[in-house]
Ligand binder design. Structure first.
Ligand code: HEM
Length: 154
């Protein structure tokens, strides 16, 4: 069986909800909840889907004149790697974020609410483009929204 066929079968199994609890890396909800629940990471489509969304998102940011000036001196490939790690880890995936904490990364930038919202808008565009389901989209935005106070006004 080829690797692609295996991945295809695993994806189909994930979609149909088969054997989720037994899949390597799959995590279920806290004890007491009768229904095993896939992590947001898995529901989003794992590493390849997250990498595709981050790639598209960074392209949107680069084209967004409201905020692209902020990234003029940024190593964009490195930023993409860190964003994928961060989203992967924050959604329950098998990754370890290796970048700076959000407070240090944005210290001294004086990022405004409007800039934060612009960046979120750019992300929503990508999540919609990749047809991320509404509940999954909202959950991810909730996780990132929770970081706002560490990013804005620092
Ligand atoms: C929840 C929202 C955000 C998240 C999750 C986030 C995440 C990150 C991450 C992971 C890094 C890399 C950290 C490192 O270098 O170790 C980073 C850097 C950076 N972020 Fe954000 N960010 C957010 C919002 C923003 C906003 C709104 C702006 C400005 C409009 C911004 C501007 C930057 C810049 C310019 C850098 C690069 C700094 C450098 O080149 O050293 N970020 N961000």
């Amino acid at each position: 069986m080829t690797l692609y066929r295996l991945i295809g079968l695993a994806a189909a199994a994930a979609v149909l909800g088969w054997g989720c609890a037994r899949m390597p890396g799959a995590q279920t909800a806290a004890a007491g909840d009768a229904t095993p629940r896939l992590t947001l990471y898995t529901r989003l489509g794992g590493q390849p889907a997250i990498a595709a969304v981050v790639d598209d998102f960074v392209t949107n940011v680069a084209a967004d004149s409201r905020i692209n000036g902020r990234f003029a001196n940024t190593n964009v490939p490195r930023l993409k790697v860190l964003l994928v790690e961060q989203v992967c880890q924050a959604t329950g995936g098998p990754c370890a974020y290796t970048g700076r904490d959000m407070r240090s990364a944005h210290a001294g930038m004086g990022i405004t609410d409007a800039e934060f919202n612009a960046l979120v808008e750019d992300l929503v565009k990508s999540l919609d483009k990749f047809q991320v389901a509404e509940p999954d989209k909202n959950e991810l935005l909730g996780v990132l929204g929770g970081l706002k106070s560490q990013v804005v006004g620092r």
